[in-house]
Design a protein around this ligand. Structure first.
Ligand code: BES
Ligand code: MN
Ligand code: ZN
Length: 460
């Protein structure tokens, strides 16, 4: 489905956004029976409260939606948008003088709230649509929502229908939509082209491993996005127990998020040169699978001792990051569902990220607040470098003990980025329970914050 606003029409229902403080004034503009109805229902204007209004003959006449007091509003973004789900199908229009910020957040949140994973649904559902408020940049909001929908669809699609080949197809479709160039290296060709780690991780799957390389834009600063595309993570020979494997269709969440962000960048025609690199593999079990104890030599030449085949994400990313760093872009960003440790540290809402660049971090923090896309900075703590050095090879892919598991994974990746200005996100890609504008299931994290920060980080 495509997230779009309803066309402006005369048949839309008015939607009144109220706080406990403005309730009286707003209710005063309604016909007497509606005022009584608001009062009789005990509507107070608390966050998320929604009440449909009716005409004297019982037709839908609009709705009031509570924003809550300013203190609670700060704890909960997209409050007004969350009403989208509890309103009857039809077209709705915001009333009153809303600030640009509230109008934009409500409009974006509304589209994000409308998301349904309907690929396997046999019955279409009618939805409440929003007429774009006059004071928002509607095409921009639609482009952002479309990118996020792409991310969610890719994550939610089960691995049987979203293997490396299908992920390649999704990237090809995106490239076609935006006139981007795309090249893909597959199977044994990965060895000839010197991507040994991608091949090693992916070779046990009948759905062959590949490296997807997309280019767009002819002028401006250079940005390379690298996304972990592990279409399913069984753990490999270090097989995951069932409970840990259950959700591993989402292990291409980094790839899905960078593709969603790429859509936003290209649809909004940002003045930059974009490259997207996705190592797409399935970490599977087979007689030819890579093993614990194997020592592999990476594209960059660093040798890696495999101490756990379940620490596969950093391996496939290492070769992709090495390739990305070869042309020293102005900024390289990786996104990956890389460690369980990141989830233990910050839970499912926050996108933990790493960078050595303080001004990029400041730009990202500001943008994250504005975009209601929260991030949290983690340290590239150099003293822990010794934890990823096993002795018999240059690097260890799975340090024993698991101390600082997200940090050691990030340090591992940084080894492959040479001198490139580098930022890494260790995301979860999944919403365990529904929240405003974030339905349960696959979700992009950090992409909207990055989109808003790019002008600052790349001096666009
Ligand atoms: N894809 C997982 C990480 C993951 C697990 C992310 C659960 C989100 C939720 C990754 O490939 C993995 O298995 N990492 C291991 C690394 C360990 C073996 C060093 C982990 O985090 O346990
Ligand atoms: Mn794994
Ligand atoms: Zn994984």
């Amino acid at each position: 489905m495509t997230p779009v606003f309803a066309p402006k029409s005369t048949t839309s229902y008015p939607l009144y956004l109220v706080t406990p403080d403005t309730l009286e004034a707003v209710a005063g503009t309604l016909p007497l029976h509606a005022q009584n109805w608001v009062q009789a229902n005990g509507f107070k204007g608390n966050a998320g409260e929604t009440l449909v209004l009716q005409s004297e003959t019982g037709a839908i006449a609009g709705a009031v939606v509570g924003l809550g007091a300013p203190e609670t509003a700060a704890r909960r973004r997209f409050t007004a948008a969350s009403a989208a789900n509890s309103l009857p199908a039809g077209d709705w229009e915001l009333t009153g003088d809303l600030s640009d910020e509230l109008a934009t957040e409500t409009a974006l949140g509304w589209l994000l709230q409308m998301y349904r994973f309907d690929r396997y649904a046999t019955q279409p559902q009618a939805q409440a649509r929003l007429v774009a408020p006059a004071n928002v940049d509607a095409p921009r909001i639609e482009a952002i929502a479309a990118g996020e929908f792409l991310t969610r669809d890719l994550i939610n699609t089960p691995a049987a229908d979203m293997g490396p080949q299908q992920l390649e197809q999704a990237a090809r479709n995106l490239a076609k939509d935006h006139n981007a160039e795309i090249a893909v290296t597959t199977g044994a060709d990965l060895l000839d082209a010197n991507f040994p780690l991608i091949h090693s991780v992916g070779r046990a799957s009948p759905n062959a491993p590949r490296l997807i390389d997309l280019h767009w834009g002819k002028t401006g600063p250079t940005l390379t996005l690298v996304g972990k595309g592990v279409c399913f993570d069984t753990g490999g020979l270090n097989l995951k127990p069932g409970a840990s494997m259950g959700l591993m269709k989402k292990d291409m969440g980094g790839a899905a998020t960078v593709l969603g962000l790429a859509h936003m960048i290209m649809a909004l025609n940002l003045p930059l040169q974009l490259r997207v690199l996705i190592p797409a593999v399935e970490n599977n079990v087979d007689g030819n699978a890579f093993r614990p104890g194997d020592i592999l030599t990476s594209r960059k030449g660093l040798s890696v001792e495999i101490n756990n085949t379940d620490a596969e994400g950093r391996l496939v990313l290492a070769d992709a990051l090495a390739l990305g760093a070869e042309e020293n872009p102005d900024l390289m960003v990786s996104m990956a569902t890389l460690t369980g440790a990141a989830r233990v540290a910050v839970g499912p809402d926050l996108a933990p990220y790493y960078t050595d660049n303080d001004s990029d971090a400041a730009a990202l923090e500001t943008a994250a607040k504005q975009a209601a896309d929260p991030v949290w900075r983690m340290p590239f703590h150099t003293p822990y470098e010794s934890m990823i050095e096993p002795g018999i090879a240059d690097l260890d892919n799975a340090p024993k003990g698991g101390f600082a598991g997200s940090i050691t994974a990030a340090l591992f990746l940084r080894r492959f980025t040479s001198d490139t200005n580098y930022m890494h996100f260790d995301i979860y890609g999944w919403n365990p329970s529904a929240a405003p504008a974030r339905p349960k299931g696959g979700v992009g994290m950090g992409a909207r914050a990055l989109l808003d920060a790019l002008p600052d980080m790349l001096k666009l």
